[in-house]
Write a protein of this length. Structure first.
Length: 309
């Protein structure tokens, strides 16, 4: 299994606790303050059903020990009902995930993303179902909730595996791509899956991560985590330099692919981490890296530039 990074002692302890566990340790919150005239118990049941869907489903063929589970959080903010339908909603979904860093108590964020294109139907007493081979299901609006959840579950797994082995997450990126290719359809009322919907949706996210043009992203992702962060406690200067050296590759990617959602996705998770790494440099050494980051990650430029003050 690609994610084996624990010391022998931790592995032995974990092995004593459990023979097998699912991959995700996912906490779910459903915000429903904007939904009126609906029994609040519906949302309690929804929250529990989504939690069970994410945590109880077996997403891979690997055996995960309890200590290896991937920590993630999902916040679904219900923003309205669709056409007055009592069980159909518009929403945003905020996904966060992290992976531990070797020899430290630090966890490195790998996902921190808000998807604003969530619409779905939820019937309180119907179980959440998902079939990799029949993503859309018989009811597209109902199937859309589990399709979106499964897409991000596989994306989280792919990023986690890829942080431990070069391109180690490719099987799960392919599963996410399969979900996009077979996504629920119902005219234009189910957004987020098609190229023409937007330039910053799930279609383009998986399109870019699978595109050879972004091969340097995968290379840097592995180096940043496995070769740099995981060695930071032992060789801090060398590890820090490996991360800083990769900034120019990210800048080149941005120049060749302006407005890339994959790079936005990356910096949403990693901008604070870059800030911490830069803050460890003497001020006179920060400037070239700050300049590159501010040009590459424009939305966080002010934050990077504050390090020069």
């Amino acid at each position: 299994m690609y994610r084996k990074y624990y010391s022998i002692v931790i592995l032995l302890l974990a092995g004593c606790l459990s023979a097998e566990a699912q991959e995700l340790n996912c906490k779910v919150k459903v915000m429903h303050e904007k939904i009126l005239n609906t029994d609040p118990q519906v949302f309690t049941t929804m929250e529990r059903a989504i939690t069970e869907f994410m945590n109880n489903r077996k997403w891979t063929t690997d055996e995960f020990q309890p200590a290896e589970k991937i920590d993630c959080n999902i916040l679904i903010n219900l923003t309205g009902k669709i056409g007055g339908n009592d069980d159909s909603y518009t929403a945003t979904i905020n996904i966060q995930a992290s992976r531990p860093v070797f020899n430290t108590s630090y966890t490195s964020p790998i996902v921190n993303y808000i998807d604003r294109d969530l619409v779905f139907q939820y019937s309180q007493f119907n179980p959440l179902q998902f079939d990799d081979n029949r993503v859309s299901g018989s009811n597209p609006m109902e199937a859309n909730l589990t399709a979106v959840l499964a897409f991000y579950a596989n994306f989280i797994l792919a990023l986690d595996y890829s942080s431990f082995a070069p391109n180690g997450g490719m099987p799960y990126f392919k599963k996410a791509q399969n979900i996009v290719n077979n996504a629920p359809e119902q005219g234009k009322s189910i957004p987020g899956w098609k190229a023409f919907d937007s330039k910053t949706n799930r279609y383009w996210l998986i399109d870019q991560v699978m595109n050879p043009r972004f091969a340097s992203f995968h290379t840097f992702w592995y180096i940043m985590h496995r070769e740099a962060l995981d060695n930071m406690a032992l060789t801090p200067a060398e590890s820090r330099q490996k991360i800083l050296a990769g900034i120019s590759a990210l800048q080149q990617l941005q120049k060749e692919n302006p407005g890339s959602i994959l790079l936005q996705f990356f910096f949403n998770a990693k901008s604070d981490e870059f800030m911490r790494i830069l803050s460890q440099l003497p001020k006179d050494e920060r400037t070239p890296y700050i300049t590159m980051l501010a040009q590459t990650d424009v939305s966080n430029a002010e934050k990077y530039n504050s390090l020069n003050k």
